[in-house]
Design a protein. Structure first.
Length: 438
């Protein structure tokens, strides 16, 4: 391939140029480029070029990139005769990453900066005969270049300011930091590629913000690529309108999996907003222990302790030794919302007291765990108000408080985050009522 002394070129400089056969006869024009991705290569390499022919009755041919013999400024020569190039080949394969269709003008995720960006051009690297995807161009100059006005605009800008950022600083982002949102229109899922691993490393709070900046189809596609735990965390962070928007497009099975995996208090907040018929149907087919917990919680008002509590907590039987308790904690695979406090209960499940890991590890492993409990056994009832809970938390300087029923049987816990979430939600709704136009 003739590099013309250049190591880089833009996709806008390549697309639509003439494609000629080995006898330099015109075949068509370059329509798109297919790139392949692997676990090893950071920068995808061109595997095929897509050639278009015809104006109104357009047909396409796919040719391996390895058959490219020479590239000049105005044409690409391939090592085939025009008769060997077969047109009318389908080019809608969603399993392949295609530059124009999947990247150019598309919303992509900048993994490094946790931003949603739009690609104005694609920066390509030439290494011997290989063409590799190096960067995406998100700057205004990339868009001007594609319109064919780069030289004119550059001249005008240079007349006024030769040191203008527009001329001297390209807005390029390395491909290794990019997650393309290439959507299958049928399944509405994103094709998972090597950068998916980096996407999974983004904190769910950041991912939820990224999702809110995407249009609906991309939001759903991105959501479906995530693992169940991440989906559940993100779903817990979204407001109900965004949750409802996703639920409308998720299958019944997907919905059940997410709700079953959410913290109980967050799941109840969601179910509380849904039609009762739908909720009853979900609970009837949901895993029995989880359904029972949610059914119980749904019986309480949302502003009460019962409505705010989560039923995920760590309880220790009173007959245990300290050593047995520590072994149990170490081996348990469950993920209670808060491990800050551990609760000691009798054989009926009645709350006898609370402790923490620090107190446990400071005692002899042979001691009974009751030796580790705090002096005060502080708890609240499911019908207690948010105000009453907040007063107790402030009085005793605690961030988590257990909830018991009339028989003192432990029902759940409430964290200070649950209280803050509730108060912020109330404040937000009041603000929205006063500022409906914003």
């Amino acid at each position: 391939m003739n590099q013309n002394g250049k190591m880089f070129l833009y996709f806008s400089q390549l697309v639509n140029i003439d494609v000629v056969d080995k006898e330099e006869k015109h075949i068509g024009s370059l329509y798109d480029v297919i790139v392949g991705q692997s676990e090893i290569a950071v920068y995808p390499k061109a595997t095929h070029l897509i050639i278009a022919k015809g104006l109104f009755n357009r047909r396409y041919a796919v040719v391996p990139w390895g058959l490219v013999k020479e590239r000049t400024k105005h044409s690409i020569e391939i090592n085939l005769s025009s008769k060997e190039v077969k047109f009318d080949i389908p080019v809608n394969n969603r399993e392949k990453l295609v530059l124009k269709r999947d990247i150019l003008d598309q919303q992509v995720v900048d993994i490094s900066n946790h931003n949603v960006i739009r690609v104005n051009d694609i920066h390509l690297l030439i290494v011997e005969r290989d063409l590799m995807l190096a960067h995406v161009d998100i700057g205004a100059r990339g868009f001007i270049r594609r319109l064919g006005f780069e030289k004119i605009v550059d001249t005008i800008v240079r007349l006024f300011n030769e040191k203008a950022i527009y001329l001297n600083k390209e807005k390029l982002i390395s491909w290794k930091h990019i997650q393309p949102l290439s959507i299958n229109p049928v399944s509405k899922t994103i094709k998972v590629d090597v950068s998916q691993r980096q996407l999974n490393d983004i904190h769910p709070a950041d991912l939820s913000e990224i999702m809110l900046n995407l249009d609906h189809k991309h939001r759903l596609a991105l959501f479906r690529t995530l693992d169940l735990d991440t989906k559940s965390e993100i779903f817990s962070l979204l407001d109900f309108p965004e949750q409802k928007s996703l639920l409308d497009d998720l299958s019944y099975k997907e919905t059940l999996e997410i709700i079953s995996n959410m913290p109980s208090d967050k799941a109840v907040d969601l179910l509380d907003e849904l039609p009762k018929e739908s909720v009853n149907k979900m609970l009837s087919v949901m895993e029995t222990p989880k359904a029972k917990k949610l059914s119980t919680l749904l019986g309480y008002k949302s502003e009460s302790a019962g409505g705010l509590m989560t039923t995920e907590f760590f309880a220790l039987p009173q007959q245990m030794t300290v050593g047995e308790a520590l072994a149990m904690i170490k081996m348990d695979d469950s993920k209670p919302e808060s491990m800050q406090y551990l609760y000691i209960v009798d054989e009926k499940g009645q709350l006898l007291g609370a402790t923490n890991l620090r107190r446990l590890i400071s005692l002899d492993p042979k001691e009974n765990i009751l030796k580790a409990k705090f002096r005060n056994n502080i708890f609240i009832y499911p019908t207690d108000s948010v105000k009453e809970i907040a007063v107790l938390m402030e009085k005793y300087k605690i961030n988590v408080i257990p909830v018991v029923n009339e028989e003192k049987i432990l029902q759940g816990i409430i964290t200070v985050d649950d209280i803050l979430d509730h108060l912020i939600s109330i404040a937000w709704r009041r603000w929205r009522k006063k500022n409906p136009a914003i």
